[in-house]
Write a protein that binds this ligand. Sequence first.
Ligand code: HEC
Ligand code: HEC
Length: 92
Amino acid sequence: MTTRQRNLLMNGLFLAACAGILLFLLQAPPETTRPLPHDQDHERFMTMQRKEAERHCDACHGPQGVAPLPETHPPKFRCLFCHKRKDPAERP
Ligand code: HEC
Ligand code: HEC
């Protein structure tokens, strides 16, 4: 095989791998995690910096709070990465 042929083959393989990864990502299921509710308890977090807002969740959703998370809750750091705020600034 010439160097040129090998380069073509490598480029082809690279493109095929990229296409495969893209297809895989497009298969991802639609987001089902509940968004941050729009109510009195949560409204003020809609406009706050994410990191700043997340410092307050624990007051109510920690073990001693009014709405503790279930034991089966997935890893809890960065609440707002999973529980999205659906305000227009965040989601066009
Ligand atoms: C890795 C993603 C992820 C992160 C991070 C996360 N959650 Fe969740 N949360 C979920 C999923 C998944 C559920 C269960 C399915 C659903 O109800 O959407 C859930 C459920 C909940 C519920 C409902 C519990 C119930 O009684 O049914 C509350 C409240 C909640 N999360 C609050 C939080 C808070 C507060 C944080 C940050 C301390 C947090 N979550 C971080 C994914 C996440
Ligand atoms: C002042 C107390 C309070 C604070 C602070 C608070 N929550 Fe809640 N949260 C509640 C209560 C009470 C409920 C259950 C009733 C409801 O849906 O509003 C709840 C429900 C939820 C739910 C479930 C909504 C659903 O559809 O079932 C999510 C997700 C959630 N909170 C995320 C958060 C996140 C993320 C933060 C931090 C940015 C946060 N909460 C801060 C009191 C609070």
